[in-house]
Design a protein around this ligand. Structure first.
Ligand code: PMP
Length: 308
C-alpha cells in the first residue's frame, strides 16, 4: 500500500530520509497528543513559476512547534537548525522546484515524553496567490458553525495538536452537509473566533478587524505577519478586538488568513453576501502585497525568508 502525499516520494523521519510510504507510527502509540506545523516555501519572484525556493517565516513556525510540544509535555530532540536542515534535505530529495508545503509532525511514543517520532513530510501545492489567479476569486459560501471553537481551558487552540482538528473536522463536515464551502467558529462566549484551519479578518469602513488571541484562536503566523504589514506598509488601520457575529454579517469584506489558505476571500456568511464587490478591494490589495512579501520582492521583509 502506498501513502501518497501529493506526490512526495521522500520524507524525513527520526534523522533520515526515507520513502514516505514507510513513515509509519504504531497504532499502539499515544497518537492523540501528536502535534504538527504547517509551513510553506515559495518560489522566489513569481509564485506561479519554478525556481529558487524560500521558506516563509521559519522561526515563528519552529518556535510554535516547540511551544505546542511543551504544552503536551513533549521534548523535541532536535534543534531548530537541525529541523531546518532536515527540511531542506527533504525538499531536495524530492527534487522540488515549485511551491512546497512542509508539515513537521511529532508523535509521542509509549514511554517517556521526550521519546517522540519526528517526521517531516512535504508536498507541492497550488497557490491562490499571484496576479489574476482565478482560484483566488472563486465563490466561497461560509456558515457560522453550530459547533463552538474549543475553549482554551479544555483543549488549548493555541497549541497545534491534531486533537484540536477533531473540532475543525466536525464543523467542516457540517458545512459540507449543508452545501457550504467552509465554516467560521464562534468562541465559547459567542464572539467570532476563527475558521477551521485559518484565522479570520473582516473589513468595515476601510478598517481591518480580527479577533484577539483570547478568542480561542491559534496564534497564527500569517495573522501576525498581516498585523504588521497591513498598517505599516499599506497604511490601512487594523483593530484587534472581539467581533460580534452580526458585525461579520455587516462587514464589507472578509477573508481567512493562514499558511494553508494564504488569503482566502469569503463571498457570504450564512448566505448573507458581504459588500458590493467580490473579492473586496482591500482583500485584493492585501493579497497582492502578501504575494510580493512571500516571493521576496519586498526587500525589508526578506528577513522572513530562509533559502532552501
Ligand atoms: N487557525 C487554525 C485552526 C489553523 O489550523 C491555522 C493554520 N495553521 C491557522 C489558524 C493559521 O495559522 P498560520 O498562519 O500560522 O498558518
Amino acid at each position: 500500500m502506498s501513502v501518497a502525499f501529493h506526490g512526495a516520494e521522500f520524507c524525513w523521519m527520526n534523522g533520515e530520509i526515507i520513502e514516505t510510504r514507510k513513515a509509519l507510527v504504531s497504532a499502539m502509540e499515544p497518537v492523540h497528543l501528536g502535534i504538527f506545523e504547517g509551513i510553506k516555501a515559495y518560489v522566489e519572484n513569481d509564485v506561479n513559476s519554478k525556481g529558487r525556493l524560500n521558506i516563509f517565516q521559519w522561526k515563528p513556525h519552529s518556535d510554535r512547534l516547540r511551544r505546542s510540544a511543551a504544552v503536551c509535555g513533549m521534548k523535541i530532540p532536535y534543534t531548530s537548525e537541525e529541523l531546518l536542515e532536515a527540511t531542506r534535505k527533504t525538499i531536495r530529495a524530492n527534487g522540488y522546484d515549485t511551491n512546497v508545503y512542509i508539515q513537521p509532525r511529532i508523535w509521542p511514543r509509549a514511554g517517556e515524553p521526550q521519546d517522540v517520532h519526528v517526521v517531516i513530510p512535504v508536498w507541492t501545492f497550488e497557490t491562490l496567490l499571484g496576479k489574476g489567479n482565478p482560484r483566488f476569486s472563486k465563490s466561497r459560501r461560509f456558515m457560522i458553525s453550530t459547533w463552538r471553537r474549543i475553549a482554551s481551558d479544555a483543549l488549548p487552540p493555541q497549541a497545534k495538536t491534531w486533537a484540536n482538528y477533531g473540532n475543525s473536522a466536525l464543523a467542516l463536515r457540517e458545512a459540507a452537509r449543508l452545501g457550504r464551502d467552509g465554516a467560521i467558529f464562534l468562541d465559547n462566549r459567542g464572539f467570532v473566533s476563527e475558521g477551521t484551519g485559518a484565522c479570520i479578518m473582516a473589513v468595515r469602513d476601510g478598517r481591518v478587524m480580527t479577533p484577539p488571541v483570547t478568542a480561542s484562536i491559534l496564534e497564527s503566523v500569517t495573522r501576525e505577519t498581516l498585523l504588521k504589514i497591513i498598517p505599516e506598509d499599506l497604511g490601512i488601520p487594523v483593530e484587534v478586538r472581539d467581533i460580534a457575529r452580526v458585525e461579520l454579517y455587516a462587514s464589507d469584506e472578509a477573508f481567512l488568513c493562514g499558511t494553508g489558505g494564504e488569503i482566502t476571500p469569503i463571498t457570504s456568511i450564512d448566505d448573507l453576501s458581504l459588500g458590493r464587490e467580490y473579492p473586496g478591494p482591500l482583500t485584493k490589495r492585501i493579497a497582492e502585497y502578501y504575494t510580493d512579501v512571500v516571493a521576496g520582492k519586498v526587500e525589508k521583509h526578506r528577513e522572513w525568508l530562509t533559502p532552501v
